[in-house]
Design a protein around this ligand. Sequence first.
Ligand code: ATP
Ligand code: MG
Length: 578
Amino acid sequence: MGFLLKLSKKNWCFSMEEPQVSDKSISRDFIRRIIDEDVQNKRYNKIVTRFPPEPNGFLHIGHAKSICLNFGIAEEFKGACHLRFDDTDPTKEDTRYENSIQEDIRWLGFDWAPNLFNASDYFDEMYEYAVGLIKAKKAYVCGLTEEEIREYRGTVTTPGRISPFAKQSVEENLSLFERMKAGEFPDGSYVLRARIDMASPNMKMRDPLLYRIRHAHHYKTGDKWCLYPMYDYAHPISDAIEGITHSICTLEFENNRELYDWVLNNIDSKFPYKPHQYEFARLDLQYTVMSKRKLLQLVENKHVSGWDDPRLPTIAGLRRRGCTPEAIKQFCEMVGIAKANSSVEMSQLDFCLRDDLNSKAPRVLAVLRPLKVIIDNYPEDQVEELEASYWPHDIPKTGSRIVPFTKELYIEQDDFLENPPKDFFRLAPGREVRLRYGYCITCTHVDKNDAGEIIAVHCTYDPETKSGGSPIGRKVKGTIHWVSSKAIKGEVRLYDRLLSEPHLGTDKDFLSYINPKSLEVLPNCRLEPSLEKAVPGDRFQFERQGYFFVDPIDSKPGHPVFNRIVTLKDSWAKKQTA
Ligand code: ATP
Ligand code: MG
């Protein structure tokens, strides 16, 4: 007998400096190629997939990959994709999670209507099929303890032993199963098991559990049931009842496929055809956690502000941060569907965000860490209205706003150095810099407080250099952003990677690797006055800083809160002044 030794797949890590975005024609991954063939052979009338989340937490970007695949296939083949809640564990599941899952899928731009189901819709049928399996001597009620079951199961290199309960008569099994349903036994006392093969090379086939007792209130079925089907039993039956043709799941279910088929081949049913299970590589993103169990731990222990904390890879968190569904879909497409697990760099998601926001987010000026500048030769109360385009030349959009210029302004603290190195092209004593859309200014001296900290920088301006005019006889290398004394105040939240390490082995406690700089709050930012009109949900590029989103929950009239969606990589300013 050949025993199956499952080799752990090497975790490939691919790094793409300049990821290629595929063109819009949908690439043929291995699952689509299988379906192409099924369509060609007219194997089904309609292609039906499903997305089967367990409502025990919020969805994350890994789920988005599965959603894009399942709903994407349904759209492409003019079929249907069902949303089915896998609600077989009443101790962890909740309506709140069902609602959030529906909101997230809709936000991504997909629709299941009218195909919304719960595994619990089929509990009656599943029970009847189980009775049928008992009658056919293909299932038995087992009273071994959990540890005994594990011990009897054997190992990958040694066969298991048959449970003493496997010998029970059909009548005894039927009666025990009935009494399990009637609530006569406590949790853990009995389980229903399939009678398959205790020596199977596939451990999943060694008399797997089909039902367990759980005296728990179910958010859908109430107290009707105290025994609940296991995933491996409930899933194939739900798929078959709904007429799913392609049941797509992640690679760790590869060994469950044999059991999936066994259930469908052995229950006494009259389905027109049997669904097939296909496995693809799950998305694993660096510098974050993707398991709902770990996400729940972060939320419950208040390491983050909630399921929608913008540092989390949850769809709700990404949405709150300001990511667009288009960027997430582009990312899922770029990552692709493969047969081997891989780990994906966060920078690929950043790339997709920049790519999408570049043509969507108007450019504005904001100073995150303000330093006061006083232009000594500028008239005291003068306000000049400078026109500034919202868009760079390479974006085919028009629109501009007025940025006022005043004697006192603010620049970014790190755009000034008192003792700069030679190659510092920003502001410093005796050095000249261009203010974006404004004038060239030259620093003359600084004001300091008693502690010796710079509190203001004094400059002179050259009136000949208005709105990009060149200074005569000199070269000004640096251009910096600024805002005037008419700027409004606002809060900016800079988000960074959740974890400080790209990969954490299972032996490492992820909680001790939370990046202490994953959130930096800047409460006293100065924003150009046009941002007064910004409303929650708006997105902007703060020139030289990144893309920002008006937080829909914490922003208040007169106090906007901006979340950084993603930094800029090659901004105009970096090229010129860095
Ligand atoms: P987690 O391990 O993160 O808690 P799960 O697999 O338990 O997730 P489910 O609610 O059972 O979560 O998942 C619903 C569907 O989403 C399943 O078909 C599953 O294969 C898919 N899925 C879950 N995580 C990923 C991922 N990281 N990449 C791709 N698909 C995923
Ligand atoms: Mg699961």
